[in-house]
Design a protein around this ligand. Structure first.
Ligand SMILES: [Zn+2]
Length: 81
């Protein structure tokens, strides 16, 4: 599944730049969140799902609810139950 391979060096602050081609292909933009895992095969970088409503998947008008995000239309729907 690996299409291309890039080699990058850590900068003086320990950062690695994700190549522009990958960012464009995966829709990665500034402030996106990632988790890092150290495994026997190496480091796995996993893009955390962008913020979206836990119930319908919308990314508009989100409000925190407990440890999730829920959109306002879903909140209204829940209140009417
Ligand atoms: Zn929703």
């Amino acid at each position: 599944m690996h299409k291309k391979r890039w080699i990058r060096k850590l900068d003086t602050l320990g950062r690695v730049v994700i190549p522009m081609d990958i960012r464009r292909e995966l829709g990665i933009v500034k402030q996106d969140a990632f988790s890092l895992a150290s495994t026997e095969q190496g480091i796995i970088l996993h893009q955390i799902d962008k913020e979206k409503c836990r119930l319908c998947g919308s990314n508009d008008s989100l409000k925190p609810y407990r440890d999730s995000l829920v959109c306002i239309p879903c909140m209204h729907e829940l209140k009417s139950l």
